[in-house]
Design a binder for this molecule. Structure first.
Ligand code: PA5
Length: 446
């Protein structure tokens, strides 16, 4: 993985000025002396991963792979986005069509990541024709969205497979001792995996939260972890000039200080859409607090060049772009010569789609930089499990460093409680009566 800052407008001397601050942030993160230090179990995880746990994950994965066409992953936020990011980046984009021909790898469907009814109805309806397993994931074990979805799926599974059959097909990933899901899983006798106390949801993709469903769907999770470990080793380097991860954290800090308060993660491959969703959660939830933080947004190019491209080129100058670029240009799908050339595209004959996509990247980079949008470019050699493992750890560590540079605790999320309190009160949860009255009065204008 390489970070190219040549189009960011940032001078090496500006980065140099941040050397001491970055070193202090590194020290806090690696030795656990900074804010939120009870949630940094992910920092050394790739190096200290318990391989007996990996064996258990793989054993459980092959047991469930035998049984199912689909795996329903029930979870929200950090409990599902890492899985979806890696899974969608690596899967065949036409899998939903091909799976009727071969069922080599179970397909992942998602539930519990919102409250919309038609989706859930359609999901439950679609399961009837398929063999189903469920992995319910919640660290706290009390989050409303996945808890409601799991209540419905549990009853679906029991009606369909009987209590014993359902037990064989449901796995719970949760806290080792606390929470409603732990109690339920123990009582029902589900196989369980533990999310350690010191790893928060959005930093948990390399734990059983992500590794189990990914292994069930056929991802090489050992390669994912190896990539993360290579990144772990590389980013221990205290030299800012040689550490791509720290340079990314420092660069976004410099740009934020210049008024660039929106960072857009752009890619040229629709498979990376959920890498961007995962990244937005990681940075938004880690840095957006105390009235501070860069707003993380994302676009898919070249699709969004025909929509958001206008704003990025020409709108308010508060944006910088980070382009996630897969540099493997070996493409075999080429544009063919056409005798009539009515579309005037014969000048492209013989060029692969990858080459054309790369030129779209180069052209856009220069246009956006000329329009006043600095660009950082993260180059990923290949889109495979190993390189994605590197990328995930790169973003996680840079986020910890960047949060410390900003002066916030990058490992808590106090702001997500406000909506929950209101929702419980409005739904009539016992104990919230007084708050309900206040809210209902405030809602009179709806
Ligand atoms: O990063 C986080 O901590 C959150 O996004 C959580 O992952 C999310 O709220 C889900 O929580 P839980 O796993 O406890 O159900």
């Amino acid at each position: 993985l390489k970070l190219n800052l040549n189009y960011s407008g940032i001078q090496e001397s500006q980065l140099d000025n941040m050397k001491e601050m970055v070193r202090a942030a590194q020290q806090m993160l690696e030795s656990g002396t900074g804010a939120g230090n009870d949630f940094i179990g992910w920092v050394h995880l790739p190096d200290q991963f318990d391989m007996a746990l990996m064996d258990r994950i793989e054993a459980c994965a092959s047991r469930l792979r035998e049984k199912c066409d689909v795996l329903v992953v029930v979870g929200i936020g950090g409990s599902y986005l890492g899985t979806r990011a890696v899974s969608e980046a690596l899967r065949d984009p036409m899998e939903h069509i091909r799976r009727f021909c071969s069922r080599e790898n179970p397909v992942i469907l998602y539930a519990g990541h919102h409250l919309e009814e038609r989706y859930m109805e359609n999901l439950l309806g679609a399961l009837d024709d398929l063999e189903v397993c469920v992995n319910v994931i919640s660290k706290s074990g009390t989050t409303t969205e996945p808890a409601i979805a799991f209540r419905m799926l549990k009853s679906y599974m029991e009606n369909r497979y009987g209590a014993e059959g359902a037990k064989e097909r449901i796995v719970a990933t949760t806290d080792k001792a606390r929470g409603a899901l732990r109690t339920l899983a123990d009582e029902q006798g589900y196989e369980t995996f533990v999310i350690e106390d010191d790893i928060g949801g959005r930093y948990s993709v390399l734990t059983p939260v992500g590794l189990l469903p990914l292994a069930i769907s056929g991802v090489d999770v050992r390669a994912l972890l190896e990539g993360a470990k290579a990144a772990y080793m590389e980013y221990l380097n205290p030299e800012l000039s040689d550490n791509q991860c720290f340079r990314y954290a420092a660069a976004r800090t410099i740009l934020q200080d210049q008024g660039k308060v929106v960072e857009i993660l752009a890619n040229y491959d629709p498979s990376l859409q959920y890498i961007s969703e995962w990244w937005k959660q990681l940075y938004g939830e880690s840095e957006g607090k105390d009235g501070r933080g860069i707003f993380p947004a994302s676009v898919q190019f070249s699709t969004d060049l025909h929509s958001m491209g206008q704003y990025i080129q020409d709108g308010r100058r508060m944006i910088f772009e980070t382009v996630l670029l897969v540099t493997d240009l070996e493409g075999s799908l080429k544009v063919t010569e056409d005798q009539q050339d009515l579309d005037g595209l014969n000048f492209l004959a013989g060029k692969s789609l990858r080459e054309i996509n790369f030129k779209a990247f180069e052209g856009t980079l220069l246009a956006h930089v000329a329009g006043g949008t600095p660009n950082l470019v993260i180059e990923l050699e290949k889109l495979d499990a190993y390189h994605l493992g590197q990328l995930l750890y790169f973003f996680e560590k840079a986020c910890g460093i960047s949060g410390y540079l900003l002066g916030v605790n990058p490992f808590d999320q106090p702001g997500v409680e406000a909506y929950k309190k209101n929702m419980f009160a409005l739904l009539g949860k016992p104990g919230y009566e007084a708050h309900r009255q206040t809210l209902e009065a405030a809602l009179k204008r709806l």
